[in-house]
Design a protein. Structure first.
Length: 73
């Protein structure tokens, strides 16, 4: 039996917000795709790092609780 990270979308629509933030602990700027329906964010570094690493992050996230640098369409 296969499990999905995201539940099935009932009306075939997912609300996505895009924003840029800065991780002060890692000193990295991220381009973010926020899946509002599921409160999940996909974080991708704006500039690739020199050392190879898992650069894309998927996290549970509530956008209303954080400040971000800029949102865009």
């Amino acid at each position: 039996m296969a499990m999905s990270l995201l539940p099935t979308v009932e009306n075939n629509q997912i609300s996505i917000q895009k924003f840029i933030d800065w991780d002060k602990f890692e000193n990295v700027f991220y381009n973010n795709l926020y899946l509002e329906n599921y409160k999940i964010v996909v974080k991708m570094p704006l500039v690739p790092r020199k050392e190879p690493k898992n650069e894309i992050k998927i996290k549970k996230f509530n956008l209303e609780m954080y400040t971000f640098l800029i949102s865009y369409d």
